[in-house]
Design a protein around this ligand. Structure first.
Ligand SMILES: *Cc1c(COP(=O)(O)O)cnc(C)c1O
Length: 461
């Protein structure tokens, strides 16, 4: 399996290289040259299997010779052993034809654990074969960083630095990043917002001397291996509800477009998905783009679903690449225009995008009202992100069963949930001591040179 960049100017890589690299050297994102298809019989045979076995069957065609089958099975077993639910991604029912896919039973209570736990295991195993070390730098609005700290702490061949916007993550998210005590993981609280953090990480990747000097690797949501790991639960959920004989729909609370793009890949692999619905909060660049064809930045407004507070949606570039007939030059030109605020999507490309995705937006008031109503009607306590999904899903109910992705546990965003319901959601017992563990964090300025100096010094230890 070969991986190519959405901008057409970076070297073609194998799976292991694409996983280590993250962002391509031409600024683009890696995608598989060809998406492998699974037959109807292969999909049907997944029904009733353990999550790890479905993961093996879905992901195996993408890995090339990176791992033997036995090695890969071992990594999957380790990655999901720390989950608090035997099904890993259980489905619960919300209404006659509406289901919730609970993706929050991992160690940091958000869906990002599905990809991050596995990429941690895969990177360590690939590095151990060659004896190399890498430095991972990531930006987070909260959930990516905590999932990465949890996945990489204690791994022998990796140093991990996570930049988060100081004062702008929830207490639970912050503590999940600042309480791991292993010496190879560092939480950095940066002055600025999430986009500033993400911009500094991009700067580091674009500084090739630094990038090569510290052997920089990326685990942000643009990393292909993360997208791939998320394809799995689309299969596990769909076969539970009758796929491939029956089509299902999904609604996905969306920020950087990684999670929903995994659904798009599942469909390309042959999973019968009827609607794939993008759900945004008030930071609705994707919903506006789908409706108007204009992808136009208009700033970020902090919301009660902060993990979806984005100004630009990085993985959308992968969908644009397909929508523009895999023309890297066309994608490069759009991304150049984006630097001055936005771009117009051609009519042909919009046709393809509207064929693939539906969309909707949910205001702050609607988010709160949905948390209240879902609890009253079903007893399910939704986190604000999942509530955005449920509200938008309800506007798209049809014949196919609708599956809304519940992206985080309500206790990860207790203030918003308490404001809606009047009671404070409890952390699962296995995490009850989070607020008594000591914190370890370094406050850093929004300054590339200072950040690079700090990273060089820490990894030289
Ligand atoms: C990251 C995240 C999202 C957005 O996912 P994308 O893949 O960036 O679209 C939604 N909800 C929660 C809780 C998240 O952590």
């Amino acid at each position: 399996m070969r991986y190519i960049s959405t901008r057409g100017q970076a070297p073609v890589l194998n799976f292991s290289e694409a996983m280590m690299t993250g962002l391509a050297r031409d600024g683009g994102l890696y995608v598989p040259e060809v998406v492998p298809a699974l037959s109807k019989a292969e999909i049907a045979a997944m029904a009733g299997l353990p999550y790890e076995e479905i993961a093996f069957r879905v992901m195996r065609p993408y890995l090339g010779s990176t791992f033997t089958d036995a090695e890969f099975k071992g990594l999957l077993a380790k990655a999901y052993a720390g989950f608090g639910h035997a099904a890993r991604a259980p489905l619960v029912q919300l209404g006659p034809n509406h289901f919730l896919l609970e993706l929050f039973h991992g160690p940091t209570l958000a869906f990002k654990d599905f990809a991050m736990q596995l990429i941690g295991q895969m990177m360590q195993a690939a590095l151990a074969k060659t004896g190399e070390r890498v430095t991972i730098v990531g930006a987070t609005s909260g959930d990516t960083g905590s999932a990465a700290m949890e996945a990489f702490r204690g791994l022998a061949n990796v140093d991990l630095f996570i930049l988060y916007p100081h004062g702008r993550v929830s207490d639970v998210q912050r503590r999940q990043m600042t309480t791991p005590s292993e010496a190879n993981v560092y939480a950095l609280a940066m002055d600025g917002d999430f986009d500033d953090c993400q911009a500094r990480v991009k700067d580091m990747f674009n500084d090739f001397a630094f990038r090569d000097g510290v052997r920089l690797a990326g685990v942000n949501s643009i990393n292909w291996a993360r997208v791939l790991a998320q394809v799995v639960y689309y299969f596990s959920a769909a076969v539970s509800l009758g796929a491939p004989d029956r089509a299902v729909s999904f609604t996905v609370p969306t920020g950087n477009f990684g999670d929903i793009f995994a659904g798009y890949i599942a469909r390309k692999m042959g999973l019968p998905i009827d609607q794939l619905v993008i759900a945004t909060n008030q930071n609705d660049i994707l919903d506006r783009a789908m409706k108007t064809g204009d992808y136009a930045q208009n700033g970020v407004t902090a919301s009660i679903s902060p993990s979806m507070d984005i100004q630009v949606s990085s993985n959308f570039e992968r969908a644009l690449f397909d929508a523009y007939g895999r023309d890297g030059a066309a994608v490069s030109a759009l991304m150049e225009e984006l630097k001055s605020g936005g771009f117009h999507i051609s009519q042909g490309a919009m046709g393809m995008l509207r064929e693939a995705f539906a969309s909707g937006r949910c205001s702050e008031e609607e988010t709160t009202a949905t948390i209240q109503r879902a609890f009253a009607q079903t007893g399910e306590i939704l986190c604000p992100h999942s509530a955005v999904g449920v509200k938008v899903a309800e506007e798209h109910l049809g014949e196919a069963p609708m599956i809304t992705l519940a992206t985080a546990h309500p206790a990860k965003f207790p203030d918003a949930v308490e404001a809606a319901m009047g009671t404070r959601p409890q952390l699962p017992p296995r995490m009850a001591d989070l607020f008594t563990r000591p914190e370890r964090v370094t406050r850093v300025p929004n300054d590339l040179g200072a950040l690079q100096a700090l990273i060089r010094e820490r990894i030289a230890r």
